[in-house]
Design a binder for this molecule. Sequence first.
Ligand code: AMP
Length: 433
Amino acid sequence: MIPPRAVKGMNDVLPEEIGRWQHIERAYARTMSLHGYREVRTPYVEETSLFVRAMGDATDVVEKEMYSFEHRGDGLTLRPEGTAGAVRAYLEHAVQGREPVTRWWYAGPMFRAENTQRGRYRQFSQLGAEIFGDDGPGCDAEMIAMLVEFLQSLAVPEVELVVNSLGGPEARSRYRAALLAHLTPRQGSLSPESQRRLATNPLRILDSKDERDREAVRDAPTIREFIDADDREHFSKLLTYLDALETPYSVDERLVRGLDYYTSTLFEIKGAHGKLGAGNTLVGGGRYDRLVADLGGPRVPAIGFAAGLERLLIASELSAAASTTDALIAPVGDAAVAPGLEMARRLRRFGIRCEIDTRGGSLKSQLRRANHLGVRMVLILGDSELAEGSVQVKDLEAHTQERMAREPALRVVVDRLMAASRSVDPPTRSERP
Ligand code: AMP
């Protein structure tokens, strides 16, 4: 019989890799709390109509990438992104009545039936955030600068920020008309995909990587000529603030991004070109000042972003996090298992991460296990130690081994590991007392 396999584009994360995941997740949670965001958790499944209303039915995601299904008469979808659900929750719980400005962050899986490749999966994780109620360009600048710094703290090479302004829906519809006027005579030279987009969502042609499309849009009008004075001022202030925060950027008037709900500020952060190739967009975000109202709420301005966690993992040059176990108890023989279990429990009460090999196998095999786990301390309980109520304390880092009574041995282990934990990166050891 053929053993079962995971669904295409949906990956396991094995314990060997989890250290790097948790490091980024914790660093993100910390960055968020430093900036006044609080975590929100919304369901993985929402009504299909929510995504259609929020993202627009002519977007790639809604047209062909959603995992949608009928269940007992309800049309449901596995969430392909986090903003629609966040806005739904914000409105459903009338959060705007309780606080003028809301900063939410989230982290979790998203689902899109895409063609898979390196950095592009069907289940992937996003780290995202939304700010509701603040329409100032300073808010945009703070969010963007925070993200650039976050990527730098993860040792992502070649971080590159691109910003643009889309204006409001009126500007966009004027621009759409101008773009259509430019592209229609060139229709025959567009890629088949863009010929179709011409009718549904011509702005998306600006994002196309196809050489034929790039040629056709080369001297197309740009959105800048169409956006109104308020949006122009907002954008120029944003750039001033980014300068003040010493956050380097480039302006790309062709940046439009996939989703319909964006207005005004738009940004993308790329990085690690060598490792990610064309799929090197790590973070995408922008303002969506009309979405809350479009979904039936009051007019509340908002801005948000999402970063792809798998892509950050590929891009980050941080090495694997330190070992996840501090000590191994090695009972040699059956009789040593019970006192070994007791010592393991005592150590855990001091916050020491420890494992015990309850098979009580040979010392050699238990030391091999200790090396594999990367523990620093091994407590060996052999026959002679059992007989005199002592234990051998082996320090793999200091290359020492001493026989001691059990009580002082526990104190030595705790002291050495605690001293070591104070000198390592706090995010990986934050559970320590
Ligand atoms: P988007 O919601 O499309 O703006 O995407 C925001 C970020 O999520 C992107 O910049 C990627 O880092 C990540 N992302 C989007 N789609 C995928 C995918 N299929 N697989 C992995 N990461 C993705």
